[in-house]
Design a protein around this ligand. Structure first.
Ligand SMILES: Nc1ncnc2c1ncn2[C@@H]1O[C@H](COP(=O)(O)OP(=O)(O)O)[C@@H](O)[C@H]1O
Ligand SMILES: [Mg+2]
Length: 290
């Protein structure tokens, strides 16, 4: 993990008014180009952390840095932050407000004071990236949930952020919607956007993320996703279970089918490939069943 740090929270504490401390002395880094999953149980502070990263909340202690420089919470500093980091909130209805899809997606770029030509180009690019070009004129109140979610993401993409942060982006999507979202994120990553996603879906994180950050009461622990998601101690502290892919890898390893338990299946297709492949992992595979 030697990629440069784009945004970071350094020793950040945060408490809502009249509430208990949500985060205390938290260190958290987003590295360029790494797909990062932020995992933790409900109420662990994932949304709070993401709002701190995107400037919607201000730390009560510690600091937010962008490419190493502390963020200033004045107009100029926040504009710089918004063109670097964009957050898509969990519920699209909290994000969408304009009458049509095109108007909603153009709001951010217009606010940056860009020319009409530039705004149009960005909106077209964002709609295409989210595969919703055909919805440009559609009233937002007539969209399906999945379409509203895509529109909200397009609004963030139109800002051309270096880091796109998505809070529980797959929540409420059907399986096909989830697959389409993952394909969209792959496309954005290919074009150089760093993507961070909060989720409590450990299977999704194992499949999608390069790195996983587990949010526990004693802070966030970040590392390569496959290794982090096999740490039963950290998973328990974060209120999460073992991903099925890790459990399957451990079982296949014990049965001699898989040589390296850290290189296990992450999808049903990969599981099929492992069990159908040559018995490179050992001869114990045959005769395992009476
Ligand atoms: N606006 C708010 N005012 C007061 N407390 C809040 C607010 N938002 C969240 N909290 C509390 O902060 C804690 C962390 O919440 P949150 O960041 O939403 O966690 P997560 O996204 O992991 O579910 C919870 O205990 C929650 O009840
Ligand atoms: Mg949340």
């Amino acid at each position: 993990m030697s990629e440069p740090v784009l945004v970071a929270l350094r020793g950040v504490s945060f408490t809502y008014e009249d509430g208990p401390a949500v985060l205390t002395g938290l260190d958290f880094e987003v590295r360029e180009g790494r797909a990062l999953a932020l995992l933790g149980r409900n109420g662990s502070g994932k949304t709070t952390l993401m709002r701190l990263l995107s400037g919607g909340l201000r730390p009560s202690g510690g600091e937010l840095t962008v490419t190493g420089l502390p963020v200033r919470y004045d107009r100029k500093g926040l504009t710089r932050l918004r063109t670097t980091v964009q957050l898509v909130v969990q519920d699209p209805d909290d994000q969408l407000f304009a009458a049509s899809v095109g108007q909603d997606v153009s709001f951010g770029p217009l606010n940056l004071g860009l020319s009409d030509t530039e705004v149009r180009a960005r909106v077209a690019e964002a709609l295409a990236a989210l595969d919703i070009t055909a919805l440009a004129e559609r009233p937002t109140h007539l969209l399906s949930y999945g379409q509203r979610k895509r529109t909200a993401i397009a609004g963030a993409v139109a800002m051309r952020p270096r880091v796109l942060i998505l809070d529980e982006p797959t929540a409420g999507l059907d399986p096909d919607g989830q697959e389409r979202l993952l394909a969209t994120l792959a496309g954005l990553r290919e074009r150089g956007t760093t993507v961070v996603m909060a989720t409590h879906d450990v299977d999704l994180a194992l499949r999608w993320a390069d790195d996983a950050a587990l949010l526990t009461p004693s802070g966030a622990r970040t590392g390569p996703a496959a290794a982090m998601l096999a740490r039963t101690d950290l998973l328990a502290a974060a209120g999460l279970r073992l991903p099925w892919g890790v459990a399957a890898a451990q079982l296949l390893h014990r049965q001699g089918v898989l040589a390296d338990p850290a290189n296990g299946p992450r999808t049903p297709e990969e599981l099929a490939a492992v069990t159908a492949g040559p018995p490179g992992g050992g001869s114990g595979a045959t005769g395992a069943h009476p």
